[in-house]
Design a protein around this ligand. Structure first.
Ligand SMILES: [Zn+2]
Length: 179
């Protein structure tokens, strides 16, 4: 019998109420790829379950390699939410936060993170696709912001993200690509 072999930072199976948000992240990642951006998408959800904001990677379209959805959502949260609201919120994302975004998330005091695919998976996928490693080390969130509650990856959905990267890089040729 085959094990999944995916050691996440939290429970392997997401809560049923988390799944629509995780699927939306994958949709946003696909939208990013369709627009010529790296396939990453994220959703910010309030403590009461309301979707507050969502974003996707805009590195290529904005000409700014820091335009990751997670740091944009952290800035949105800082501008539009109280500290208590941020602490109660969850950020769902198609790919685990990169160190820049993990730091931004922690600095603004956002709550839980649930990611579809891990930075470790992304590193392996990019190596398999022959992509030059990004300029920033793909540290897991837990090493950048050890106090955060983090869950992922999500078996099954993570393979959809893998396919998006595969398809995107086949057409674009190269890329840095951290979430
Ligand atoms: Zn990032």
């Amino acid at each position: 019998m085959a094990a999944t072999g995916q050691a996440g930072a939290g429970p392997a199976e997401p809560a049923p109420e988390d799944l629509p948000h995780l699927r939306r992240c994958v949709e946003l990642a696909a939208e990013a790829a369709d627009a010529g951006d790296f396939p990453f998408g994220s959703v910010l959800v309030a403590g009461d379950g309301r979707v507050l904001a969502e974003d996707r990677n805009r590195e290529n379209s904005a000409g700014d390699a820091t335009r990751h959805p997670e740091i944009d959502l952290a800035r949105w949260a800082a501008a539009n939410m109280t500290a208590d609201e941020r602490a109660a919120a969850t950020v769902f994302t198609s790919g685990e936060h990169c160190p820049m975004c993990s730091a931004a998330h922690a600095w603004v005091g956002l709550g839980r993170i649930v990611y579809v695919s891990s930075s470790e998976q992304l590193t392996a996928w990019l190596a398999e696709l022959g992509v030059t490693p990004p300029p920033v080390m793909a540290l897991p969130i837990s090493q950048v912001a050890p106090g955060l509650v983090v869950q992922g990856p999500v078996p099954g959905l993570d393979e959809q993200v893998h396919e998006l990267h595969r398809r995107f890089l086949r057409f674009s040729g190269s890329g840095p690509a951290l979430s």
